[in-house]
Design a protein. Structure first.
Length: 185
């Protein structure tokens, strides 16, 4: 943690990388567990990873567009949180049903909002954390934009009960500007 800002390193692909992220001061490390992702890490590959990661560093499973059994596979004790990426247009009832498997305290919702789109605020009561990570179709590359950070600040101010997570395209070169523009806390 730096000041009140917490950092999560996403897309971790090895035990060594998770340990290095923790040593560098990350508050959390996130691992892709959806086999459709090019950053996917299987259960077998993750076996034994966490022994070298300090217990105060949160372990997060990244799940994309969960299908039958995907959330159940990560609902055990291996992960502290589950971050779910899904299209912003996903029916509310479908997202609400995820809380039958992952309790809201452990659930981080990451609706994929297209550039120029508007976040569906109906999802806010379903999870304690909401990830604002502007979706760029057909791309794993994230192109953070200043207007996304301003939108983050607006939403965070309007909906203070939710833990807001700024994500996507954050690099050492733009991190200071992102934190200031987004009023990240």
């Amino acid at each position: 943690m730096v000041g009140q800002i917490k950092f999560c390193v996403s897309g971790i692909r090895s035990a060594e990388a998770s340990t290095l992220a923790a040593q560098a001061g990350a508050d959390a490390v996130a691992v892709e567990v959806s086999n459709t992702s090019p950053r996917y890490v299987s259960d077998a590959e993750r076996k034994g990873w966490w022994e070298s990661v300090p217990s105060d560093v949160a372990k997060i499973a990244l799940v994309r567009n969960p299908g039958f059994g995907d959330l159940e596979a990560v609902a055990g004790d291996e992960f502290d949180y589950v971050m779910v990426y899904y299209p912003n247009e996903t029916p509310f009832l479908e997202v609400a049903m995820w809380t039958d498997t992952i309790v809201p305290e452990k659930l981080w919702l990451a609706p994929q909002v297209l550039p120029g789109g508007i976040l569906d605020l109906a999802f806010l009561p379903l999870a304690d954390h909401l990830v604002l990570d502007r979706y760029r179709p057909n791309s794993m590359e994230l192109d953070a934009k200043r207007e996304d950070w301003a939108e983050f600040a607006r939403l965070q101010a309007m909906h203070a009960k939710c833990q807001w997570v700024l994500a996507g395209g954050l690099q050492p070169e733009n991190l200071t500007e992102a934190i200031k523009t987004a009023s990240a806390q």
